[in-house]
Design a protein around this ligand. Structure first.
Ligand code: PEP
Ligand code: MN
Length: 250
């Protein structure tokens, strides 16, 4: 999958890998809708230590199998430098989440790995902070970094975070790195995700990252913000048309 230079990363999947059956259903649906990368967390950074923490290596195996079966490369979160070896064995792309954007040891470690890194903006990080974190990875020799705007903390409490759409052209004015947008974590609301995904493509984003679940009410994490497969498919139709207007390929 090419990301940037006119090619878009359409990343989709559940917040967490929950079981082979559920992931298989979701992966098949997002593939049919046109996604080109499958996501799913096996190591989950949860606010509460009593919430579902992910299936660990078992989750990585399930993700890998779903990716192979549906011919989708897979991206999954890594939270600790000690996890590089195991996560690298199963993933095609590392995700460094908002909570670890400035975990510099982790950035250096994935900077030495031979796989692309999806680096998400920290919840109170400036655009410059995010670019400097990317620099940690680049400086170790790994040049395959994709940035992700996923909203920042604000006083607004009707949305999960405040989506900074200006980060897209802002980054593009300062860096050659591709940047995608995650309207799922940015808004936390399925009723807002489609409009923000469309706005992301119109703003020049190199892709979108969207959480999809076949049964959101039973999801073990981030269920309330998940799009149903049919909602995702409808959105992808819009995004395909917008991408064409923007002179991009999906
Ligand atoms: C996620 O992608 O599931 C996630 C935890 O995102 P973020 O790091 O942006 O909060
Ligand atoms: Mn999530």
């Amino acid at each position: 999958v090419r990301i940037g230079g006119g090619s878009m990363a359409m990343i989709a999947g559940p917040c967490a890998v929950e079981s082979a059956e559920v992931l298989d259903t979701i992966a098949g649906a997002v593939k049919d809708a046109g996604a080109n990368i499958l996501r799913g967390g096996a190591f989950k950074p949860r606010t509460s230590p009593y919430s579902f923490q992910g299936l660990g290596e078992e989750g990585l195996k399930i993700l890998r199998e779903a990716g192979n079966k549906h011919n989708l490369p897979v991206v999954t979160e890594i939270m600790d430098p000690r996890q590089v070896e195991i996560v690298e064995r199963y993933c095609d792309m590392f995700q460094v989440g908002a909570r670890n954007m400035q975990n510099f040891d982790l950035l250096k470690e994935v900077g030495q790995a031979n796989k692309p890194v999806l680096l998400k903006r920290g919840m109170s990080a400036t655009v410059k902070d995010m670019l400097m974190s990317a620099e940690y990875i680049l400086a170790e020799g790994n040049h395959q970094v994709v940035l992700c705007e996923r909203g920042v903390r604000s006083f607004e409490d009707s949305t999960r975070n405040m989506l900074d759409m200006s980060a897209v052209p802002n980054v593009k004015g300062q860096s050659h790195l591709p940047i995608i947008v995650d309207p799922s974590h940015a808004t936390g609301r399925p009723d807002l995700i489609p409009a923000m995904a469309r706005a992301a493509v119109a703003a020049g984003a190199d892709g979108v990252h969207i959480e999809v679940h076949s049964c959101p009410e039973k999801a073990l994490s981030d269920g309330p913000q998940a799009l149903l497969p049919k909602q995702y498919a409808a959105l992808m139709g819009d995004l395909r048309r917008l991408a064409e207007v923007m002179g991009k390929r999906m």
